[in-house]
Each structure stands twice: as C-alpha cells, then as structure tokens.
Design a protein around this ligand. Structure first.
Ligand code: ZN
Length: 155
C-alpha cells in the first residue's frame, strides 16, 4: 500500500494543478451544484447523457486540492460509462474513502481512483473527496439540485 500512498500525493497535486474536464459544458442534459461548507468547496457538475450513457462530464468551481483532484478524476472515470456503472462506481468510491471496504484490492475495483484510499486517514477530508461524486449523483437523480455534504437528505 505504500506505493498507493506515494501515488496519492503525486496524483492529487497533478490533478489540482491541471484539472481535467474543467470548465463549462455546452448544452448539458443534467447538472447539479455541490457544497462542502466545512471546507468551503463549491462545484458545479455538468453532464451530457445520451442513451443511458455519460458521453461528457465537466466541472467548474473552487475548493481545496482534494476536492478539485477528486472532481477531475471523477469526470475522467465516468466519461463514456453507462449511468448504472457510474452509480456503482460512486458507491465503491464512497466505501473506499469511508473505510467500509478493504484497501488491498482497491486498485482492481477502482483503478486510478484507488489512490484516494489515503483520504480515509483524514476524516475531515473525506467530504472533500466525495463531494464531486455526491454532486454527480445529484445531477443524475435530481438535475438542478444544490446538495450539501452537511445535509443528509441532499448528500
Ligand atoms: Zn475541501
């Protein structure tokens, strides 16, 4: 797991510096806003869903390095995926960062996203890491919603 830990720093820094899929999306079919008041992270996730598949995912906003890197990697991970798979990935990611699933085979289940297993040691940052995923889920379930990590019904 020490390899994953080293990679964690590296990947977060890289995605924070050069976030992928950052910026507006023309003609989205769904979007939602996410807030993490504990840290001050705010983001908008916009999707273009066609025939049950996420063909484009982009985000905009401001926040800490972890929230930004997580959003960047979330958009990469779900682009091209059927909506059902994206939902399943959200659950796997949440289980990983909240410590509900083992780290040992995380890479098999989550690919590159497994680097976020490092977050479980910093409970205050878990909400930063899952914000993009909660916002994605809101865009799929309740387009136009504004969700907050501090509102259990919203997040
Ligand atoms: Zn944050």
């Amino acid at each position: 797991m020490s390899d994953l830990r080293d990679l964690y720093q590296e990947v977060i820094l890289d995605h924070n510096r050069r976030p992928r899929n950052f910026g507006p999306l023309e003609a989205p079919t769904a979007s939602a806003d996410g807030r993490n008041p504990l840290c001050g992270d705010e983001m908008t996730v916009r999707l273009r869903v066609e025939d049950g598949r996420i063909v484009e995912a982009r985000f905009e906003g401001q926040g800490c390095a972890i929230s930004k890197a997580s959003a960047s990697m979330m958009t990469e991970a779900v682009t091209g995926k059927p909506v059902d798979e994206a939902r399943a990935l959200f659950k796997k990611f949440q289980d990983l960062v909240t410590g509900k699933s083992e780290e040992d085979d995380a890479e098999e289940r989550l690919g590159k996203l497994a680097v976020f297993s490092g977050v479980r040691e910093f409970p205050a940052r878990v909400k930063c890491a899952v914000l993009a995923w909660h916002t994605l889920k809101a865009a799929l379930d309740r387009p136009g919603a504004i969700i907050s990590t501090e509102d259990p019904s919203g997040a």
